[in-house]
Design a protein around this ligand. Structure first.
Ligand SMILES: Cc1cc2nc3c(=O)[nH]c(=O)nc-3n(C[C@H](O)[C@H](O)[C@H](O)COP(=O)(O)OP(=O)(O)OC[C@H]3O[C@@H](n4cnc5c(N)ncnc54)[C@H](O)[C@@H]3O)c2cc1C
Length: 264
């Protein structure tokens, strides 16, 4: 008899705030821009899991992002300092030797992060905090199913790159159109299904829900990872855990962005 171990665990990291400088900007698809940051403050940066996130702090009116203090509950800006807008992003690739960090931004339109990324240029400086913790997902599941939209691609790409040979992964991705596909090198056995919104706005439609509902359950112990617009992530999780044979403890669903700000 095989005994399931699947020792996933959460680890905490000391919270560090850094100023990082744009070194390079590269469009990897029409709606995804890779910004590579550098700077001596990246010394000691560590990201342990592919779905880690950092907090990015963006300048307001061209003013430099102030250096905050570290409070018990996280980063604290002075009372007389305007709090810079802050958004979550995935450390796509950290090169410890060169001390560079690549982050992939979806160019979705308006928003402090997407607008900044749309005009990012070498020399600009932003603030970066974390990662504060990592969820180390066991690497002994029989199968991994990853489900997400464009915002999930940095984590999915990194995860596929880190999976060992012999691992099995099914990936369901929703993107705007075929021009926004990416290729993800992996040693694992990977099956990627790209779904195109073809004009439906992001967060609309039910492509991901339908694809997950129609997916036959893979054999063995399966870890499910879902990252997309908040409401949809919640609906996909609800439908999934109601299916016979799905272990709710092996489903991680995260809202990566909100279509409706009231939807928490
Ligand atoms: C753990 C985690 C990791 C993430 N990693 C990444 C990453 O690596 N790359 C990445 O691009 N995003 C990532 N995101 C998502 C990103 O944080 C959000 O998309 C964020 O809202 C963008 O901020 P903004 O300032 O551009 O827009 P906001 O000010 O937050 O929103 C402005 C408007 O844009 C809409 N909007 C926001 N995001 C999107 C979107 N993706 N598509 C369409 N409309 C949108 C909102 O509904 C709102 O109407 C991650 C989120 C989480 C929680």
């Amino acid at each position: 008899m095989t005994v399931a171990i699947h020792d996933s665990r959460r680890v905490r990291h000391p919270l560090v705030f850094r100023h990082v400088q744009v070194l390079e900007v590269q469009d990897i698809t029409p709606s995804m821009r890779r910004v590579t940051f550098g700077g001596e403050q990246l010394a000691g940066f560590h990201s342990a899991a592919p779905d880690d996130h950092v907090k990015l702090f963006f300048p307001v009116n061209g003013e430099p992002v102030p250096r905050p203090t570290m409070g018990a509950d996280g980063i604290v800006f002075g009372e007389d300092t305007p709090r810079p807008p802050m958004r979550d992003y995935t450390p796509r690739h950290f090169d410890a030797k060169r001390q560079t960090l690549a982050i992939d931004f979806v160019l979705h339109g308006d928003g402090p992060a997407a607008s900044w990324a749309a005009t990012a240029a070498p020399g600009q400086v932003i603030g970066l905090g974390g990662p504060r913790g990592s969820m180390l997902i066991a690497d002994d599941f029989d199968h991994y199913v990853m489900v997400g939209d464009e915002t999930a691609l940095p984590a999915i790409g990194r995860w596929l790159g880190e999976l060992p040979a012999g691992a099995n992964a099914t990936v369901l991705v929703e993107i705007a159109d075929e021009h926004n596909r990416q290729s993800f090198p992996s040693r694992a056995n990977v099956q990627v299904t790209w779904m195109h919104r073809d004009g439906t706005p992001p967060g609309g439609g039910t492509l991901l829900q339908d694809a997950v509902a129609a997916l036959p359950l893979p054999d063995g112990d399966v870890f499910w990872w879902i990252a997309t617009e908040s409401r949809r992530a919640r609906l996909i999780r609800q439908a999934l855990v109601a299916r016979d044979g799905v272990n709710a403890e092996w489903v991680k669903a995260t809202g990566y962005w909100q279509l409706d700000p009231a939807d928490d």
